[in-house]
Write a protein that binds this ligand. Structure first.
Ligand code: HEC
Length: 132
């Protein structure tokens, strides 16, 4: 990694620390989060992205998942909710019906199954890190 890239990354890490005072162990959001999720769920995952104001069903507060699931972050459920691979309608309906998955399909079409799974893992790990 050359020095200017390193400096840039350091700046991102520091500014992210300033932006995320709520969750103490919060990770730096993956690029996919900023590009595909923050518009609705907000920069800090609290459901207050710029698109949220005009939505009928408000985006979930992604920092409250653990709270909602009574203290245990439901890794598998969340991975399935993001990838659209859930067979359970109640899980898959977050971003579309079972036969119309959203992010999993977008990522698989861009990058193939293997990389798509890694990108979803990174998003799940990030969400796990921002729980309040
Ligand atoms: C177009 C707006 C929009 C975008 C973009 C979006 N979401 Fe969502 N998301 C929603 C809405 C609306 C819900 C449903 C809220 C509910 O049912 O509680 C939701 C629900 C979720 C849930 C379930 C939360 C829970 O409490 O169980 C997860 C996890 C989630 N989104 C992750 C993501 C991730 C990761 C991305 C980016 C890859 C993303 N979302 C992009 C609108 C969006």
């Amino acid at each position: 990694m050359n020095q200017s890239v390193h400096k840039f990354r350091t700046a991102i890490v520091f500014s992210t620390m300033l932006l995320l005072p709520v969750a103490t162990n919060a990770m730096e959001p993956p690029a996919d989060y900023l590009q595909y999720c923050s518009g609705c769920h907000g920069k800090n995952g609290m459901g207050d992205g710029p698109l949220a104001a005009n939505m009928k069903d408000k985006p979930a507060d992604l920092t409250a998942i653990t709270h909602f699931y009574k203290g245990k972050f439901p890794t598998k459920v969340i991975r399935q909710a993001i990838s659209g691979t859930a067979t359970d309608r109640t899980i898959a309906q977050f971003h579309g019906p079972v036969d119309m998955p959203v992010w999993g399909k977008v990522f698989r079409d861009q990058d193939g199954d293997f990389i798509a799974a890694r990108r979803i893992d990174a998003l799940v790990d990030y969400l796990k890190s921002i729980q309040k």
